[in-house]
Design a protein around this ligand. Structure first.
Ligand SMILES: [Mn+2]
Length: 354
C-alpha cells in the first residue's frame, strides 16, 4: 500500500515508529472506521490496534499487510509492541492529539514521543486521492444529485426551507449516503445573502432565489455542491449577478491546472468578481479540499501557494451576497487532472428557473 510506504519513508530509522490515534487519519490508513484505536507503523510492520467492540469487524475488512491486533489497555499494548520491535522513538499527530493526551503518552510510553512533522506529512499525503477515494467522493456526489433532482419537484411557492432541507436529508440517507456531509443549507429570499444561512420557517415565494448547499457521505468520503435556482422568475439584477458568479466559477475551474497553485484558482474567480464591482460582496475563500473531511487541505485562497497536482479534489465556489436582497453561490468539486480539471458534478450550472 502506497500510504504505508510513504509513511515508512518518513521514519528516519528502524527504531522509530508512527503512532496514529486521530479518528480520521486512522480511517484513512486502515480503511476501518472506529471511534477508538491506533495504527502503528514501523519500517517492517503496520498494525491496527482495536478493542473488543470492533475486533471482529476489523478482522473482516482490514486488508493485509496491515495486521489487526485486539487490545485491552491501549497504552500497555502499545508498549508491548514497541518493546517487541525495539522502538526507541514514536511520532504522534501534533495537530490533532490534545495537550492532555500528549502528556499522557509522554509519561506512559517507553519510547521517546516526538511531536514534529507527522501531521504535516499525513496532510500532504491526504492531498492526493487514490482512484478508490475519488470513486467514493463521486458516489457521494451522485447520491446528493439524485436527492437534489427529486427535491426540485417539491420546490414551489409556499414550501418552507425546513421542509426542503429535511426532504433532502431523508433522500440522501435513503439513496445510500451514510449521513449528510454537513448541516445542509437550504435558504430562500433575503436569507440567500447569508453564505451559511440556516434553514427555518421562511416560505418560498415566486421570484425568489433558493440556494442549496448540499453534500452526502459515502464510506467516509464527502461531497459538496451548491446550486442557486430561481422560483418562477428572476429579475434582471438576479440574472446579472448570477451570470457574474457563473463566469467567476468557470474562470476558477479553468485555473485549476496541475502545476498552478490554490491561490491562482482563488485569484481567477476573485479578480473577475472584483472587475465587475462586487469584490466586497465576496467575503469568503473560493474553495477547499474535500475527502474524509468536508473541509480539508488545500484551502483555495489567495494566500495559499500549495501547488495543485493530479488527483487532488478541490471545490470552486465563488458567491456574491447582497445584504437584505439576495445571494448567489455556485459550487462544484473538481478533480485536478493536467491542464483541465474534471468537474465531478453532473448538474448544469446555468440559471435554472423552477
Ligand atoms: Mn464547499
Amino acid at each position: 500500500m502506497l500510504k504505508l510506504q510513504d509513511l515508512r519513508d518518513f521514519l528516519p530509522d528502524d527504531r522509530s515508529a508512527v503512532l496514529v490515534t486521530g479518528e480520521i487519519n486512522r480511517r484513512w490508513l486502515s480503511g476501518f472506521p472506529a471511534s477508538d484505536g491506533a495504527v502503528v507503523i514501523t519500517k517492517t510492520r503496520s498494525v491496527l490496534m482495536i478493542d473488543f467492540r470492533y475486533f471482529e469487524a476489523a478482522q473482516k475488512s482490514v486488508q493485509p499487510p496491515m495486521e489487526v491486533v485486539r487490545c485491552t489497555r491501549l497504552i500497555d499494548d502499545l508498549n508491548r509492541l514497541f518493546l517487541q520491535e525495539n522502538i526507541q522513538s514514536v511520532y504522534i499527530e501534533d495537530e490533532t492529539v490534545t495537550v492532555a493526551y500528549c502528556s499522557e503518552l509522554q509519561a506512559a510510553l517507553i519510547p521517546e514521543v516526538l511531536t514534529e512533522g507527522l501531521s504535516a506529512r499525513i496532510n500532504e499525503l491526504r492531498l492526493i486521492k487514490s482512484p478508490a477515494e475519488t470513486e467514493k467522493i463521486i458516489t457521494a456526489q451522485r447520491i446528493a444529485e439524485r436527492a437534489y433532482y427529486e427535491v426540485l419537484n417539491m420546490l414551489r411557492p409556499g414550501v418552507t426551507e425546513r421542509r426542503i432541507a429535511l426532504e433532502l436529508e431523508h433522500l440522501i440517507k435513503l439513496y445510500g449516503g451514510e449521513r449528510v456531509a454537513f448541516d445542509l443549507i437550504c435558504i430562500t429570499g433575503e436569507n440567500t445573502s447569508l453564505p451559511h444561512g440556516v434553514p427555518g420557517d421562511r416560505v418560498v415565494k415566486e421570484g425568489d432565489f433558493f440556494t442549496f448547499d448540499i453534500g452526502a457521505v459515502y464510506d467516509g468520503y464527502h461531497s459538496d455542491m451548491t446550486r442557486t435556482v430561481a422560483v418562477g422568475s428572476a429579475s434582471d439584477e438576479m440574472r446579472m449577478i448570477y451570470d457574474i458568479v457563473l463566469q467567476a466559477h468557470l474562470k476558477g475551474a479553468d485555473a485549476a491546472v496541475a502545476g498552478s497553485t490554490a491561490a491562482d484558482v482563488d485569484i481567477a474567480a476573485r479578480d473577475y468578481i472584483e472587475s465587475c464591482g462586487y469584490g466586497e460582496y465576496f467575503g469568503h475563500s473560493t474553495g477547499h479540499g474535500v475527502g474524509l473531511e468536508i473541509h480539508e487541505a488545500p484551502a483555495v485562497y489567495k494566500t495559499n501557494h500549495t501547488v495543485l497536482r493530479d488527483n487532488m479534489v478541490i471545490t470552486v465556489e465563488p458567491g456574491i451576497y447582497l445584504p437584505g436582497k439576495f445571494g448567489v453561490r455556485i459550487e462544484d468539486m473538481y478533480l485536478v487532472k493536467g491542464a483541465q480539471a474534471v468537474d465531478l458534478a453532473e448538474i448544469p450550472k446555468e440559471l435554472t428557473i423552477i
